[in-house]
Design a protein around this ligand. Sequence first.
Ligand code: FE
Ligand code: FE
Length: 331
Amino acid sequence: MSSIQKFGAGIWHFATYVDRYATDGYGPARSLLEMIDLAAQVEDLTVVDINFPFADPMLSLDTVEAALARNNLSVIGITPEIYTREFAKGAFTNPDPGVRRRANEVITEAAGVVRRLGASYVKLWPGQDGWDYPFQVDHGVLWKNSIDGVGELAEANPDLKFVIEYKPREPRVHMSYDSMARTLLGIEKIGLPNVGVLLDFGHSLYGGESPADAAQLAIDHGRLFGMDVNDNLRGWDDDLIAGSVHPIELFEFFYTLRKNGWEGVWQLDQFPFREDSVAAATSAIDFLKAVERALDKLDFEAMKQAQARHDAVTALNLARQALFSSMSETR
Ligand code: FE
Ligand code: FE
């Protein structure tokens, strides 16, 4: 089982970044083709998620497809850029109906790319859909537009899956799809089979959730369509190397997936601002492979019994023993 686990990454892992201080970036800008070549340098990385439209409007889909093929990379998702300047006041919830229509067009185009590349889903990250100030929005209208915008797309493209990646905040001070519970409520309201959640471990952590609990809730509703891993200090979406800060909670998250027979790509969503991107991805995947070994080793029956008694000490001992003893071993 463990040998077939696929590892992936958002292609932006291999970009260089700007922030509001280093406004000229922490490194020279990289083209998508350069990012694809870097991703291929990470041993065990076989799957990527790609933003669309491409930063370089001259870059053709054929060229991207050829670069992926030459590097033996497949595409799990396409992330339409519905969070750029044009969508500063929201994509699905923009007060201007023309901008809402434009978001629908961009996502519809991304849906075509998903079909063309044989990807699994259109990834919706509505980072600008939300608000910043009290009294800024009518919350009823905002939430209705959030739901209707996704519902229209899912209805128009029944052959494709749409995944919503929720996050508490940033860039908006409060995002509309902010948590697992709210996202599931929205999805249930939409009521279509092809809309699910992409659970980003870090978003869940800094949103004050237990990622394991959030995963279980999504699985119980049949809506866990994808996942991202990374880590943070819980106050922000730091997108640090997976396993660097919260190894035990990360292990519980993957334990929950394994226990439920959930199968899918283990994807990195990391932003190595100051680190070598290939080294940061390799470090994370090495850790995730140890997690896999730990899951193979963990006594699931003993864990079940400990949990039936709410026996924290026994449960933690079992988890720590399996995880930390797997860290030093190699396959
Ligand atoms: Fe993510
Ligand atoms: Fe994030």
